[in-house]
Design a protein around this ligand. Sequence first.
Ligand code: FAD
Length: 482
Amino acid sequence: SPVLVWFRDDHRVGDNPALSAAAASGSRVLCFYVFDEASEGVRPLGGAARWWLHGSLEALNEALQRLGSSLVLFRGPATSVVERIVAGTGASAIYWNRRYGAAEIAIDRTLKQRLAARGIKAQSFNGRLVHEPWEIVNRAGKPFQVFTPYLRAAFARPAAPPLPSPERLAGGAWPASLLAEAVALPDLSLEPAFPDWAVGLRKAWRRGEPAARERLARFLDEGLKGYAERRDRPHLEGTSRLSPHLRFGEVSPRQVWHAVLGAAARDPSLEQDAKKYLSEIAWRDFTHQLLHDHPHLPERPHSSRFEAFPWIEDRQALRAWQKGLTGYPIVDAGMRQLWQTGWMHNRVRMIAGSFLVKHLLADWRRGEAWFWDTLVDADAANNAFSWQWIAGSGPDSAPFHRIFNPVVQGEKFDPGGDYIRAYVPELAGLPPAFIHKPWEAPPAMLRQAGIRLGETYPEPLVPHGPARERALDAFRSLRRLD
Ligand code: FAD
């Protein structure tokens, strides 16, 4: 009887422990994916992630075909779909790589119990993290709540080496009854039809494992040197842009980890940059640990005092932020980069997020939801953790009273204004001294640059000083409740 591999956010054939275990079994290997928006608690993907998923599944199918198998797609609540697949194929075993959200864990647990009762082996593996949530613990055996000691412990623990891709899979035919239930990729309608908002995404990205490998190789050649310094400069290609590939498992964090360690071993001058880069990969593990231990992270403030925060519900302001029309160039450039390419530079994510939460006093969940819908790398753990970090309500967060000044941040990290020129072209004619604060530019300069504030580019939605005071007052009102 065949063995099954259930792919879920691990869309690759290299370093895929579930696939390797199936290949090693010597049995026929049947591979499938379940598009599940029906199970309780499973959050439907946002638009940009759906777009990515389409290309990711297409590439995975091609890779599996090259190995002698293929990817069959199903739709529906995962538990019942998988049970039908197991019964219909007469499989003796099913393999998958673990996920860490509460709803996904519940599905896996139910399935394991039901399949075990029928004598079918369901085996899960770590294909998503360098170290699993329960592997990095303090001396008392408890999970870390703070990143710095977590990182020290993570660096002290060797990462398992990545597995090679299987050379060949003994594929096999699916029973006709199951194939009748299967869906074709276009049936999932993951890509937009009309209006086609994915034009910019297609220009910016190539999806799938081969593209992920190429991006990693290019980053090692061209981007790792100087990463620690360049990573905060949004107008440079100073980061790896591997996030959507990691999100969909087109490359594994262990592959990345070992590739970076290898590069630093060959060239010792890369040591500091490699350390910084690996610490970012460790952040990703850390946020997954937090999601695993605190499953409500995407929905509720981790620190319960924030439940009473006096957020302001202002649809117009939220809309201006989403469209990149706040009147603060660095915020607007970031929001437009996000809309056009499905990705935003990390430094600008922090500035734009802080602006929404602190200057506009919008509930961080509004920002989290917008990012969830528009980011190609939208990830339950990283997104929720980062938003709570900004809001000051998360574990190991920035304190609420640290409020970014968007002008100072822009001048510091985009001193030449190149990032603004790329995404806010209506300000391109301003020199660096004014591009981050067009309202201070002399009228003649604005005229010459073709800018009419309030017409061609908005006035600031809120003035920085009073907005800052208002945010601090709101925060102080929480303390009075304590
Ligand atoms: P690099 O600098 O090349 O880093 C390499 C990898 O390390 C990234 O691909 C990512 O997997 C991981 N990483 C880097 N920074 C962080 C971080 N701060 N936290 C956790 N992991 C990190 N990242 C997501 O993957 N998905 C999200 O939905 C997401 N939402 C965010 C929301 C906000 C408000 C903020 C401030 C950050 C968010 N991040 C998210 C984290 C970070 O911005 C992105 O991971 C990073 O910008 C991706 O670009 P890169 O691959 O070039 O990063």
